[in-house]
Design a protein around this ligand. Structure first.
Ligand code: MN
Ligand code: MN
Length: 301
């Protein structure tokens, strides 16, 4: 982990404050019948209005979709009645990232599924201090979710964060396997328990709505070069989506053509939509926290 300065911590807290307000705003406005496109744009506008930038396109994941869905330019999806919706929000201020998620439910029957991951997050944070092993946090998450009769999703995890890096190398498991050896020390982390009434694994769909730059070196057209330079200079390898490239073409096909070409040239990383393998419903809560001078500071609370 990179050593933190007081100024770094201030910036992480700034991003966290914005993310918290945007999350609260998002849970207020999300309703059955609302288009996910409108929801996503309102959330991302709110981030900018409050002085941040999206660290990644807002993920709006309905029912058995666990993560990595962001609305496309011409998205016709509306939030269904009786659904549960995960809203995963990333904010960055000069590369200092806050990552936070909530689940909203439109049928009280889902309440215990939500409570399982909400409680798991709360208990994990209570348990966390410098020196605690990641696998012990995972055990707290697993035991809490199991006590509600649900399963954690084993192949989704929390992560360490660095400047301009959402996943900086350490994974925080949602289960207690003791072969995961690392322990928490000074740094920035996102903890994100996922609970499901399904089998507890996600699989990748063929649909991809989120991308990031993994390189800027390729033979590019003038337009592609402009897109890549703009992305790299404003956000480096932080993820983006087709909605954010609308200004580069007059048509949706044009925007998609640019992305397809960059994929063919091998410079994009793809984040496929992740769906619970057995079609189970999925809930998620997430906070970002900073460990600094022996203290745990939750930036998104
Ligand atoms: Mn997140
Ligand atoms: Mn995260």
């Amino acid at each position: 982990m990179v050593k933190l300065s007081e100024e770094d911590v201030k910036m992480y807290l700034k991003a966290g404050g914005i993310a918290k307000r945007v999350r609260e705003y998002a849970s207020r406005i999300a309703k059955p019948g609302l288009s996910v496109l409108e929801l996503a744009e309102s959330i991302e506008d709110k981030i900018r209005e409050l002085g941040g930038e999206p660290a990644f396109p807002v993920n709006i994941s309905i029912n058995e979709v666990a993560a990595h869905y962001t609305p496309v330019i011409d998205d016709k999806t509306v939030i269904p009645g009786n659904s549960i919706v995960k809203i995963d929000i990333g904010v960055h201020v000069n590369g200092y990232i806050a990552d936070t998620a909530t689940t909203v439910s439109f049928n009280p029957v889902h309440e215990s599924l939500l409570e399982a991951s909400r409680q798991a997050l709360e208990k994990a944070i209570d348990f966390l201090k410098p020196g605690v092993r990641a696998c012990d946090i995972g055990r707290v998450v697993e035991e809490t979710i199991s006590s509600y009769g649900f399963k954690p999703i084993r192949n989704l995890s929390g992560h360490s964060i660095d400047r301009y890096l959402i996943h900086s190398g350490y994974s925080i498991p949602n289960y207690g396997d003791s072969w995961i050896k690392w322990s928490f020390s000074e740094g920035v982390y996102a903890i994100e328990p996922f609970a499901t009434n399904g089998v507890g694994f996600v699989r990748e769909e063929s649909v991809v709505t989120i991308f990031s730059l993994r390189s800027t070196r390729a033979r590019l057209s003038v337009l592609e070069k402009k897109v890549v330079n703009d992305l790299w200079s404003s956000r480096r390898s932080l993820p983006f989506c087709e909605r954010w490239l609308r200004s580069y073409s007059r048509s949706i096909e044009g925007v998609r053509g640019i992305i397809q070409s960059l994929i063919r040239k091998g410079i994009l990383h793809l984040y496929p939509v992740l769906v619970e393998r057995s079609g189970g419903l999925v809930s998620q809560f997430e906070h970002t926290l900073v460990i600094y001078r022996g203290e745990v500071i939750v930036t998104t609370i």
